[in-house]
Design a protein around this ligand. Structure first.
Ligand code: PMP
Length: 360
């Protein structure tokens, strides 16, 4: 079978060039006589791979010198706990913005460690918009402010970065990291699971302002302790070596595409193609407010009852897979991360138009 267009929310499509290179190098990396999977993480070869990946990411995201980049495990879910454990210090409270299922998960984990103040929520409109900053009810004694820049399930994305002054801003960027340029200096901590725009599952990246690493709560597990991991160059324990290697290949691929600015232009074109089709159609509907629509995850419904299953079956027959919406919301969802080619989105749009014609 030839390769399909895979619209999965994650683990998700990877650039074909990355997969090909990994395939070519799988038995014998750069004449080392072994696979990256078989290398000691303390050996010269793997240290070189990790250092290159880190420096490419630093260059791509323009990460300032006073931030450490950590290659961790435990997923973004691990970071839901790591953030309060590392950042609370003597404080008892943290501010959270509730914009969807993932911020809810971050909130329920944080509640184990501190008082959570929900500064704004979109639950009044079924998790479909980004609450505007002037309505946020910030507390004056929060250790940090946490938000989710892209809600993978609801398809709600921030197009702006909150200005939080001296209070460290923490962002779960799992599903839109590397998709648009951002000013890292506005953030205290950024974290992301790798399985969308970075590479394969098993790696979690945290970018931490260096004054925020240190003073973790005493019970913080060593592997989630930013300072310990920073001092150990993310090798306090055995890191996810192959996932770091794949991430490194993806960073090089992004550089070859022209960097994040060029990737963003492509992402804008892909998202516009799909949303304009949905908006012009009588059959499809996007539940998300116009100014909050995600460029990465596009949820939509088929308005005529009883057609969902048929849509999915016919899409699959056309080589378009993983379009089923998250089980908690139903409908459809097309995830169009960096590695989804424009022709994949064009093919989806063509299929959707034909499907609508067939069911007018
Ligand atoms: N945050 C967001 C925005 C996500 O999309 C996900 C997973 N898809 C998570 C957190 C949880 O990530 P993980 O499964 O890596 O723990």
């Amino acid at each position: 079978m030839s390769r399909v267009y895979n619209f999965s929310a994650g683990p998700a499509v990877l650039p074909e060039e990355v997969l090909k290179q990994a395939g070519e190098e799988i038995l014998n990396w750069h004449s080392s006589g072994m696979s990256v999977m078989e290398m000691s993480h303390r050996g010269k070869e793997f240290k070189e791979i990790a250092a290159q990946a880190e420096s490419d990411l630093r260059q791509l995201m323009k990460v300032p010198e006073n931030y450490v980049i950590l290659f961790l495990q435990g997923g973004a879910t691990g970071q839901f706990a790591a953030v309060p454990m590392n950042l609370l210090r003597e404080k008892k409270k943290a501010d959270y913005v509730l914009t969807g299922n993932w911020s809810k998960k971050a909130i329920s984990e944080a509640k184990k460690y501190c008082d959570v103040n929900i500064v704004a929520s979109n639950e009044d409109a079924n998790l479909t918009y980004v609450p505007s900053f002037n309505k946020w009810d910030l507390s004056n004694d929060a250790a940090y402010i946490h938000y989710t820049s892209n809600e993978t399930i609801g398809g709600v994305e921030f197009s702006w970065v909150p200005e939080t002054g001296d209070v460290p801003l923490v962002c779960d960027m799992s599903s839109n990291i590397l998709s648009r340029p951002i000013d890292i200096s506005k953030f205290g901590v950024i974290y992301a699971g790798a399985q969308k725009n970075i590479g394969q599952a098993g790696l979690t990246i945290a970018i931490v302002r260096d004054d925020l690493a240190g003073d973790a709560l005493p019970y913080t597990p060593a592997i989630l302790n930013y300072k310990l991991q920073a001092d150990a160059k993310s090798m306090y324990n055995t890191p996810p070596t192959y996932a770091i290697y794949i991430a490194g290949l993806t960073f090089q691929w992004i550089k070859k595409q022209g960097g994040i600015e060029a990737i963003e232009k492509k992402n804008i074109r892909k998202a516009e193609m799909l949303y304009s089709l949905i908006d012009a159609s009588d059959l499809y509907h996007s539940p998300v407010a116009n100014d909050s629509r995600s460029r990465m995850n596009v949820p939509f419904t088929v308005k005529k009852a009883g057609l969902d299953e048929q849509f999915l079956v016919e899409a699959k027959n056309n080589g378009l897979v993983q379009l089923k919406g998250h089980r908690s919301v139903g409908g459809m969802r097309a995830s169009i991360y960096n590695a989804m080619p424009e022709k994949g989105v064009a093919k989806l749009c063509e299929f959707m138009k034909n499907f609508e014609k067939g069911h007018a």
